[in-house]
Design a protein around this ligand. Structure first.
Ligand SMILES: Nc1ncnc2c1ncn2[C@@H]1O[C@H](COP(=O)(O)OP(=O)(O)OP(=O)(O)O)[C@@H](O)[C@H]1O
Ligand SMILES: [Mg+2]
Length: 176
């Protein structure tokens, strides 16, 4: 079934697990993934934690690039593979974007706090790639973005994106 071109929110389910809200979206191209990042940025606030999940090359950094554009931060968002975290200060008086690659973050939260990022995490938007099982304790509330290639799909650029809002912060999530 072909998703309507401009419709990002295809389904909102409440109560899949207590305290979570789920939105499923179809994303057809890298450009659309970046645009989704910009739309998500529009609903982000200081102190928010966004966790990105998806295999190598799923599009996590591409989405983060859109988040950076939407937040109006300085510096190009690139893959942080050779640094654990990169801070992009806001150019517009908004929250900084802290982009974390948790892949090599063995110790989880403690190490994150030891990074000495010279930025206040509660005043920033923290986006983490590969953070599952490592950074959940940073916040009771978090937005999980799960990126999958559609099963059996031959279109190389199609992704299924599931937004899972966890905690009171995201209880009102209905569309992006
Ligand atoms: N729908 C899509 N959304 C995002 N990226 C796509 C899409 N279709 C194709 N691509 C391509 O897939 C690649 C995604 O790379 P990206 O660095 O964003 O992935 P990643 O999930 O961050 O990978 P890594 O696990 O290595 O950090 C890019 O080359 C991009 O052009
Ligand atoms: Mg990446």
């Amino acid at each position: 079934m072909e998703a309507p071109h401009n419709s990002l929110a295809t389904e909102a389910t409440e109560g899949a697990a207590p305290g979570t809200v789920t939105l499923s979206l179809a994303v057809e191209s890298p450009e659309e993934m970046q645009a989704l990042g910009r739309r998500i940025a529009a609903i982000l606030r200081p102190g928010d934690l966004v966790m990105l999940t998806g295999e190598l090359g799923a599009g996590k950094t591409t989405l983060t690039r859109g988040l950076g554009e939407g937040l109006g931060v300085r510096g190009a968002v690139t893959s942080p593979t050779f640094v654990i975290a990169r801070v992009h200060p806001s150019l517009t008086g908004g929250p900084a974007l802290v982009h974390v690659d948790a892949y090599r973050l063995g110790g989880g939260l403690d190490e994150m706090e030891d990074l000495d990022l010279d930025v206040s995490l509660p005043e920033s938007v923290v986006v983490v790639e590969w953070g599952d099982g490592k950074v959940e304790e940073l916040s009771d509330d978090r937005l999980q973005v799960v990126i999958d290639r559609a099963v059996g799909d031959t279109d190389e650029e199609r992704r299924e994106v599931t937004l899972v809002g966890i905690g009171a912060r995201w209880a009102g999530l209905r569309e992006v």
